[in-house]
Design a protein around this ligand. Structure first.
Ligand code: ZN
Length: 467
């Protein structure tokens, strides 16, 4: 295996996706990959956490049709401009050309909002908070990459309607809490950056991008949260009657994330041995490797099976590797698969009433008592989660570098003064082949000059090279 994360992230990433068997890109449509059982289990575990958080905050799950009539799709002018060149069209039904073409959803605003205008009648119907986890489609013309840039995307989207702009703003704040809970489990750090006017979601009032630093210094957008004000409610005529009988437009928000979370997890945590999965999403949280030698095979296997059953009954996702292979080769396989915790059990362990453990994240080893194995395993998995998360945050913070000139720009998350003008923003992007990520959602104190025009400014912006 020639996997070098630090020196060639891109190669390393592709190799690890293939070797750990997370996705099969041999399907005969470019950018539409097959989820393999192992990859799909990881994604399903992420979805489970998303559902838990959304359900706990009063969102209801729905499932909308995949196809959207062109007439609905084109109601919001900025929106269609933003998506025109990257949607798939259905033009025929059987042998007949359709009078109204259908869009294969790239996102579901224009599918949902005609229905919202029917569902929302009174202020007592608000807030309306729904979400769905479905596939969306975008015609990517850039080089595709598993989980990071694909044409069929496993996507989560929540959509809300509120009485006032302030209520919608409170929803955005709730979304940040949901995000924080979720990322703690996935051990993925993130920055909250308000996208520039020219990069915000088409039709949005503002967009907050959620970005995670990849090992090559580039930022990967893992999701976004949007405040729409009434920008969609007006063209889609989503109104409610307030307590005084007056009809008003709702204020809306959305929150979206995708399978890029899997890509981020691979990039943030993996190493040259393979994947390193956070315990919350690992299909196998702990693997038991029996250490057999002549004469004790039956006794060790019996104890290993008992341990497996005990852990499984305690609700842990456990696997006993009883293949006829040498332990060393089993270690290798499960390290590649990113299993957070390995348990080794041999005759000497059994005699001492212990089991030997090895953590995937930092390689540390020790023993736990066989008697209270489930509790001990849970404690270690908790420690793994906390350590993975805090280490990842350290890396994310270390990735940002403040620059004052455009000479010798490092491959990092760049922080710099910006006067706020579109002209300077575009020039900075075009002259340096960079992408502006935006300005911090939580304001940062800054006193400096615009990196392009040199004007004094207290505004700071972030940028990085594209993935
Ligand atoms: Zn400027």
């Amino acid at each position: 295996m020639i996997m070098r994360k630090e020196t060639d992230f891109s190669e390393w990433y592709n190799e690890i996706v293939e070797k750990a068997n997370l996705s099969d890109k041999r399907y005969p449509i470019k950018g539409m990959n097959v989820w393999t059982p192992y990859g799909w289990k990881i994604m399903s575990n992420i979805d489970r956490f998303i559902r838990k958080e959304l359900d706990a905050t009063g969102h209801d799950e729905v499932c909308f049709p995949l196809l959207i009539p062109e007439t609905e799709f084109k109601k919001e002018k900025d929106h269609i401009k933003g998506f025109d060149s990257e949607v798939y069209w259905v033009t025929h039904a059987g042998l007949n050309e359709l009078d109204v073409r259908l869009v294969v959803r790239p996102t579901s605003e224009t599918a949902m909002y005609p229905m919202f205008s029917l569902w929302v009648r009174s202020h007592t119907d608000l807030p309306l908070k729904i979400y769905q986890i479905v596939n969306t489609f975008r015609y990517e013309t850039k080089q595709t990459r598993s989980f990071i840039r694909v044409r069929e995307i496993h996507f989560f989207e929540s959509h809300t309607c509120h009485v006032t702009e302030e209520d919608a703003q409170r929803q955005v704040e709730e979304d940040f809490e949901i995000l924080s809970n979720l990322m703690k489990e996935l051990c993925i750090p993130y920055s909250l950056l308000v996208r520039t006017e020219w990069d915000k979601f088409p039709g949005a009032y503002y967009t907050v991008g959620l970005d995670t630093a990849m090992p090559n210094g580039r930022m990967l957008q893992i999701g976004s949260i949007h405040h729409y004000r009434t920008n969609f409610a007006v063209p889609y005529n989503i109104t409610y009657e307030d307590a005084d009988g007056e009809h008003k437009h709702v204020h809306q928000t959305t929150y979206g994330m995708s399978e890029r979370l899997v890509g981020a997890m691979i990039g943030v945590h993996g190493d040259d041995k393979g994947l390193v999965l956070p315990p919350a999403v690992a299909p196998v949280q702990t693997v038991i490797i029996p250490i057999l030698s002549k004469g004790n095979t039956d006794a060790v296997m019996k104890e290993a099976e008992r341990l497996r059953d005990t852990l499984a009954n305690a609700g842990l996702r456990v696997k006993l590797d009883d293949r006829d292979e040498r332990p060393g080769s089993k270690f290798f396989d499960w390290e590649l698969k990113g299993v957070p915790l390995r348990l080794e059990i041999g005759m000497r362990d059994i005699e001492n009433n212990v089991v030997t453990f090895a953590r995937r994240d930092d390689g540390s080893k020790g023993t736990i008592s066989l008697h209270d194995a489930p509790d001990a395993v849970r404690v270690i998995l908790g420690a793994i989660r906390n350590d993975m998360y805090s280490k990842a945050w350290d890396k994310q913070k270390g990735c940002a570098e403040t620059i004052t000139s455009t000479d010798n720009i490092p491959d990092k998350m760049l922080r710099f003064g910006w006067c706020g003008s579109e002209e300077c923003g575009h020039r900075f992007e075009d002259d340096n082949d960079l992408k502006m990520l935006g300005t911090p959602y939580i304001p940062e104190e800054f006193d400096g000059t615009c990196i392009i025009c040199g004007k004094r400014t207290d505004k700071v912006a972030y940028a990085s090279r594209s993935m």
